[in-house]
Design a protein around this ligand. Structure first.
Ligand SMILES: Cn1cc(C(=O)NCCCNC(=O)c2ccc(F)cc2)ccc1=O
Length: 115
């Protein structure tokens, strides 16, 4: 019979873990810039500079549509949110700092949960 997955990382579908992690990201006080897609009509230059926009609501939609193979592919999209933020925003700005805070929080949580 198939070996029981050792950790969520190996588990073919650590999807409940993804849903839990996303819920924690959305509940974070610094999540507000990332909850919905950046409105490129309201944010000059965004569409030109950021080739692959991503946000928490889009990740939620992809989870609901079973578009993530496993935790890895989910983590790639979450990191895309933070990488886009670093590319477009000064570190010393409200949104730039929010991005750094959220990345630090996420890295801490998923590594804790995988131990
Ligand atoms: C990630 N990023 C976001 C923006 C940006 O201007 N984003 C709009 C923020 C406005 N949205 C809110 O204030 C809000 C949304 C939901 C909510 F529940 C509470 C507040 C600009 C550059 C960038 O790189």
């Amino acid at each position: 019979c198939a070996k029981k997955a050792k950790t969520a990382k190996d588990d073919k579908n650590g999807l409940p873990l993804c849903r839990m992690l996303l819920a924690e990201l959305e509940a974070h006080r610094d999540a507000w810039p990332f909850l919905t897609p950046v409105n490129h009509k309201a944010v000059p230059g965004y569409r030109k500079v950021i080739k692959k926009p991503m946000d928490f609501s889009t990740i939620k939609e992809k989870l609901a549509n079973n578009q993530y193979l496993n935790l890895e592919t989910f983590i790639i999209d979450v990191n895309l949110v933070f990488d886009n933020c670093e590319k477009f925003n000064e570190d010393d700005s409200e949104i730039g700092r929010a991005g750094h805070n959220m990345r630090r929080f996420f890295d801490k949580r998923w590594t804790e949960l995988l131990q």
